[in-house]
Design a protein around this ligand. Structure first.
Ligand code: XMP
Length: 520
């Protein structure tokens, strides 16, 4: 299911930059639908009449690697405004007759941008023509402009930092306006979208709700849908969205894998079955999951096993209900991109997310993933719009494979039991101290290493509890949260005093990258 056919949009052609998603988000934050398509998949039939502007992303390639870069000059004849960012800027120049070469010196980090002439693109960007801090990340540079282009701004190391060909509606910028390091970079995107592309606002949680409900109705028709409800933000929003669209034709299946947070199963039943009167099948599969995961150490194997078991369970229930055709999942845009790039671009695979990579090849149900074009913050807004409680919607993300990936290596019931308690103490302490909302994701993990401690006068030999708390915008990058010593001491004492099996608490102080948020 895609929203492409219905909405005017800014099309982002992705050349594999780690910031492509950020560009898409920025455009949406400005109230306009944006869609990413890989340079490899882009073809000229792609909804030209709905495309009001094109942004060419950055990327790791060099424009002169002509075999690797797919680019069809025909888009220059679309008469649609094009903004090239970094690599995108270089490719516009190269394709239209300019020259791009490896720079003598890489330009990475902040640079001072100086204005040379007025342009619609930089309206209100410079204040009294004072230089602006912009963020650069490039090794190649444009050394000769293509015909018809003028320079709008420069930095000390890059002569052509902003260029334009107004009559052809082509714009190029060497720096990254989408990252927060670029001061007021949003103004440039705003100018491009509204003053140059002249697209109207069409993206808000209210109209997303309307559009998505219509889409679900249209796609599903008279068939029935099974929804994989886990109680997390994404699957809860999907379930509520689909319930609002097709009511009793939806059946939610809640699988208790034994790998959920403390009391999670009760909360799910309370909310969906009792409050919203959703058809809910509760499957107690704890034993099955623990059996299949016994002796499994490898993180990817764990993920695949869990993903496959989930699907098998759904298929089993689907078979009992003849008319069921669809399986609904709360897959989000970043899930797809990080796991197996939807756009087919160069973004490399880091982990297989269980709701994507773990799917068996011969799935007998059709997938319906209404959130697959949304970012987490958009899903949260949609959830509130659907009248889900803040408690559910503002919940920290929780991975599909659950606590299994928060215990490195082999898991068993005892380890999971210990972890549930530790996590509960940590999260409750965060809430009590008004810290929960300031953190994007926090959890406790159990490191299956035993170390020596002393309690009372006795030697202990128990596991290590690792605490992780990060700030982030979308989980793609993250920083560890800076707790006070008092808070850390409080949590550490509570965990050690209340949980048998843990005698040491450590705090993870790595950001992402180089680490990931989860341990596996
Ligand atoms: P990482 O560990 O990759 O996590 O930095 C980024 C975000 O994704 C969540 N995550 C998952 N979510 N299925 C999910 O639904 C998964 O398999 C999965 N793995 C990681 C993680 O909790 C974090 O929010």
């Amino acid at each position: 299911m895609s929203l492409n056919n219905n909405l005017e949009r800014i099309l982002i052609i992705d050349f594999g930059s780690q910031f492509t998603q950020l560009i898409a988000r920025r455009v949406r934050e400005l109230g306009v639908f944006s869609e990413i398509v890989s340079h490899k998949r882009f073809n000229l039939k792609l909804g030209k009449n709905k495309t009001k502007g094109i942004i060419l992303s950055g990327g790791p390639l060099n424009v002169y690697q002509s075999k690797k870069v797919k680019f069809n000059n025909e888009i220059f004849n679309w008469n649609v405004p094009i903004l090239g960012i970094c690599f995108g800027h270089q490719i516009i120049s190269k394709q239209l007759g300019g020259k791009v070469k490896q720079a003598k010196q890489r330009e990475f980090g902040l640079a001072k941008l100086k204005k040379l002439r007025n342009s619609k693109l930089i309206n209100n960007f410079f204040i009294k023509d004072k230089a602006k801090k912009v963020w650069m990340s490039h090794a190649d540079e444009v050394i000769k402009l293509a015909k018809g282009f003028k320079v709008v701004a420069k930095t000390d190391s890059s002569k052509f930092s902003i260029i334009e060909n107004v009559s052809k509606k082509l714009y190029g910028i060497q720096f990254h306006p989408e990252v927060t390091h670029t001061e007021k970079g949003n103004i440039i995107l705003k100018n491009f979208i509204f003053s140059i592309c002249r697209i109207k606002k069409n993206w808000s949680s209210k109209n997303q709700k309307k559009i998505l409900i219509q889409e679900v109705k249209r796609n599903v028709g008279n068939s029935k849908v099974i929804c994989a409800l886990s109680g997390g933000v994404d699957s809860s929003v999907v379930a509520k969205l689909i319930h609002n669209s097709i009511g009793k034709k939806l059946t939610c299946i809640f699988v208790n894998t034994g790998l959920l947070r403390k009391n999670e199963e009760n909360q799910v039943i309370q909310t969906f079955k009792k409050k919203f009167k959703v058809n809910l099948i509760y499957v107690d599969a704890k034993k099955l999951f623990f059996n299949k995961l016994r002796n499994i150490k490898d993180p990817e194997k764990k993920r695949k096993i869990i993903g496959n078991l989930f699907i098998k369970i759904f298929e089993k229930y689907a078979k009992k209900n003849r008319n069921i055709k669809f399986l609904a999942q709360g897959t989000l845009y970043p899930d797809l991109i990080e796991s197996k790039s939807v756009t087919g671009s160069q973004t490399s695979k880091i982990k297989s997310h269980h709701n994507v990579g773990g799917l068996p090849k011969k799935m007998k149900l059709k997938l319906i993933e209404p959130l697959k074009f949304l970012f987490k913050d958009e899903v949260r807004k949609l959830g509130l719009e659907l009248k889900l409680s803040k408690n559910i919607v503002l919940r920290h993300p929780f991975p599909g494979p659950g606590l299994a990936i928060r215990i490195p290596g082999e898991i068993d019931e005892n380890k999971v039991k210990i972890l549930k308690e530790a996590d509960d103490i940590f999260i409750k302490s965060l809430k009590e101290n008004n810290l929960y909302k300031k953190i994007w994701q926090a959890y406790a993990a159990l490191l299956p290493i035993k170390t020596v401690g002393v309690m009372g006068d006795n030697r202990t030999y128990e596991y290590i509890c690792l605490l992780r708390a990060v700030t982030s915008q979308d989980g793609m990058t993250a920083d560890f949260f800076d707790f006070s010593k008092d808070f850390m001491q409080l949590v550490s004492n509570r965990i050690i005093n209340n949980i048998k099996g843990i005698n040491r608490v450590v705090y993870d102080i790595t950001s992402k990258p180089p680490s990931t948020i989860e341990l596996e």
